[in-house]
Design a protein. Structure first.
Length: 300
């Protein structure tokens, strides 16, 4: 194991960044700092001068930051690229131990069935978000290569777990809907296959990449593609509620996708994923507790 590095989490105020930052703060042998939109505007070039004073050759940067969502997706795209370019300028100025970039499987595209998406699968993003991730990958790979810095690019599937306030169409939205609306909405028949990764598992995987020698591109998933319909059946058992299922009209054909994570497992062969039911139960209990606290006026 390498000497414990100093860690800088860019985006420690978000769903994933908060969980990672809090976990790493428990490490007694390393220093952990965080930057988020509340403390710094990463779209501004001036942010670089502030950050460069807290990084050195023993620093690992974990780049999770994203621009806030905007009604105009092009505005979000523009701001995401601005953030990436500013971080790239930081890399050009400072020596680092390692750089981790949190990309997305959206770089592969969302429009075709593919049950074996590996790291060499053609990148063909179909959204502004996916395009921004692909462009950022290229920028960060180039600047790290030019400056002799090891870079790890991580392409995760959808992450679910306690604290997810955005709740895109996935497990956390289903849970929130059951608790707050007494029903559940599925797109089409809900049988499309996708990968989902529990937040606690993701944090443990990120910790491994931070503290152990690593570089390259890795897909992140649980190796267990499931449908939303299957998840709804588990949630019915967990919640013990006979909620109705509302089926929404599809706006595109059914598409099944599955990530090949053999590269991840070769890097972390002894990793044990949380059972899906365990992760869903923890998420359900979290959202249920928050609802109860809100009713009592404890949480604002």
């Amino acid at each position: 194991m390498e000497t414990k590095p100093n860690i800088l989490v860019l985006g420690n105020g978000g769903f994933i960044g908060t969980a990672l930052y809090n976990h790493l703060k428990k490490e007694k042998e390393c220093e952990v700092r965080g930057v988020n939109s509340s403390s710094m505007n990463l779209t501004s070039p001036e942010s670089i001068s502030k950050i460069e004073n807290i990084v050195d050759e023993n620093t690992v940067i974990v780049f999770l930051a994203r621009a806030p969502r905007n009604q105009d997706p092009l505005t979000t795209f523009e701001q995401d690229i601005l953030i990436t370019c500013n971080v790239a300028r930081l890399i050009k100025k400072k020596s680092l131990k390692k750089f981790l970039y949190f990309s997305s499987t959206s770089v592969y595209g969302d429009g075709e069935t593919n049950l074996c998406i590996n790291e060499n699968t053609k990148r063909a993003p179909t959204s502004y978000y996916g395009i921004s991730k692909l462009v950022s990958e290229e920028i960060l790979q180039k600047v790290c290569q030019e400056n002799g810095i090891s870079i790890v690019i991580l392409r995760p599937c959808m992450i679910y777990g306690p604290g997810n306030n955005e709740r895109p169409y996935g497990p956390d939205r289903l849970i929130y809907s059951i608790i707050n609306q007494g029903q559940l909405e599925l797109i089409g028949d809900g049988t499309d296959l996708r990968d989902y990764l529990f937040l606690e598992d993701l944090v443990r995987i990120l910790e491994k990449f931070i503290f152990y020698p690593s570089q390259g591109i890795y897909n992140l998933a649980s190796d267990d593609s499931v449908s939303m319909l299957y998840i709804s059946e588990i949630l019915r058992e967990i919640s013990k509620k006979d909620f109705p299922i509302i089926k929404l009209e599809r706006n595109r054909p059914k598409i099944d996708q599955k990530l090949d994570i053999s590269k991840l497992l070769s890097f972390y062969p002894d990793f044990k994923f949380s059972p899906l039911k365990k992760g869903l139960r923890k998420s359900y209990e979290f959202f249920l507790l928050n609802q109860n606290l809100n009713k009592m006026g404890t949480v604002k």
